[in-house]
Structures are given as C-alpha cells and as structure tokens.
Write a protein that binds this ligand. Structure first.
Ligand SMILES: NC(=O)c1ccc[n+]([C@@H]2O[C@H](COP(=O)([O-])OP(=O)(O)OC[C@H]3O[C@@H](n4cnc5c(N)ncnc54)[C@H](OP(=O)(O)O)[C@@H]3O)[C@@H](O)[C@H]2O)c1
Length: 217
C-alpha cells in the first residue's frame, strides 16, 4: 500500500519538488506549513503526473502522516521537529536539511554540534527512525517534471530497514535513483557536499546534479 507522506516546511522549493515527484509515483502528500492556507494554495499549484494527491495543511497534520520529510531551513528544523516529537514517534523521518552559509559566490558547510543536521534531528527525536536523503537535489529541476532530471539520491541511516524503505520509495520517483550509502556516520560529508554542488553551479552557471558512475544498474 502507498504511504501517505507529510513534508514539514513543504511550501518551499525543496518540499514542493519532492512532493511533486512523490505524488507522481503514487503517494498522497501533505505539504505542511506554519500557515495551512498558504500550504493549500501552494498545493493547488502543483500538478503531479500519477495517482497521488497533494494537499496543504499545518505541519501538525503533515506530521500525522505515515512517513515525514523535514524540509525547513536548517535553523528551524530542530525547533520544528521537537514540537512534533510525539506525532513523529515510531515513524521514519527523512531529513533533507543542509546547514549552509553563503560566503561571496560560494556556499560553505556549517557543522552543528552533533556533526550534521540529521544527527541533530535524531537527537531531538529519539523515538523516530531518522533517514537522510534528497540533500543534493536541485529544487528547480525537481519541480519541473519535463526537466530531464536523472539524479542520484544518496541515503543514510543507522536503521537499515528504514533506509531500505526510503530507497524503495525513491526508486519509484521519476528521475531519481536511490543509492544507499550507509550509516548516520556519513551524514556530515553527505550534507556538506551540497555546498560543493551549489558552489559549482554558481561558479560555472550550470544546473548540475549528483550522478554516481559505475553503480552497475
Ligand atoms: N532548495 C533546494 O534546492 C534544496 C535541495 C535539497 C535540500 N534542501 C534543503 O531543504 C530545506 C528547505 O529548503 P528550501 O529551499 O525549500 O527552504 P525555504 O524555502 O527557505 O524554507 C522551506 C519552508 O520552511 C518553512 N519555514 C521557513 N522558516 C521557518 C521557521 N523559522 N520555522 C518553521 N518553518 C519555517 C517555510 O514554510 P511556511 O512559511 O509555509 O511554514 C518555507 O516555505 C533546507 O534545509 C535545504 O538545505 C534544499
């Protein structure tokens, strides 16, 4: 059965892109927001190709879904999930959050006390299974189903069944291939590499994305 997936901070470009491709692979998606009306308006502007429906609601309603994605800015991720700890208990929570700072033409990684945003979220949600995914995806191409996107999604978690479940979901999303990298120990370099991706795109005025060669499928 298809899971219903909630996205905290789902009204931003990152959440909208993930929502569109999840719904296009058949999932019903709830865009969460601090403002349910804004989320409803945003959801109405997203037209998936598939059987999944996208609706807009509060972050609380998004957190009530079977599986939840965190797509807020880094500096509000922990406060957002902490307020929803009870609703998120015993669920898979996907972090796509990158802690980055702009310095001139570059994005540079920042390192939270626990080394990564996924680890910060795991610390805030001890009853949830945290999986990292979607960090390197370009939101503009994610939101355009005709963009020809053919990107890899690098996935990590300390909970092997949870990360495999997320990998199975990602592999069904149009334009994406799941690559299970390993444990939460890899969170820091995976999140930090997003700074490389964005800085390359700024410097070279391109829209590149991550695709690992030699995977054999
Ligand atoms: N943009 C990308 O290409 C991309 C790709 C991969 C990963 N990411 C990561 O995904 C996350 C979201 O990126 P984004 O570009 O979509 O960010 P964004 O537009 O700045 O924020 C996303 C949403 O978060 C909510 N939000 C903003 N400030 C908040 C606060 N103080 N407290 C609670 N919620 C707040 C807003 O929704 P409401 O106002 O409706 O509540 C906003 O629409 C980031 O952590 C980013 O690193 C981004």
């Amino acid at each position: 059965m298809m899971a219903t997936i909630g996205i905290l901070g789902g009204t931003g470009p990152a959440g909208r892109g993930v929502a569109l491709r999840l719904a296009s692979s058949g999932h019903d998606v709830v865009l969460g927001s601090r403002d349910a009306d804004r989320a409803g308006e945003t959801a109405r502007g997203l037209i998936p190709r598939g059987t999944g429906l996208i609706s807009g609601a509060t972050n609380e309603a998004a957190a009530a879904c079977d599986l939840v994605v965190v797509a807020t800015p880094w500096d509000s991720a922990v406060s957002t999930v902490s307020a929803l700890r009870a609703q998120l208990a015993d669920k898979i929570v996907i972090s796509m959050v990158n802690a980055l700072a702009k310095e001139g033409r570059e994005l540079v990684p920042m390192y939270p006390p626990r080394g990564s945003m996924a680890a910060q979220i795991a610390y805030a949600l001890p009853e949830s299974n945290i999986v990292g995914a979607f960090h390197h995806l370009p939101a503009a191409q994610m939101q355009d189903l005709d963009s020809g996107l053919d990107a890899d999604v690098v996935i990590f978690s300390d909970h092997a069944p949870a990360r495999q479940h997320v990998a199975d979901i990602v592999d069904e999303m149009p334009g994406l291939r799941a690559i299970v990298a390993g444990s939460m120990s890899l969170a820091s370099p995976i999140e930090a590499f997003t700074a490389v991706c964005i800085s390359v795109n700024i410097r070279h005025k391109v829209h590149s994305y991550v695709k690992l060669a030699g995977m054999g499928h």
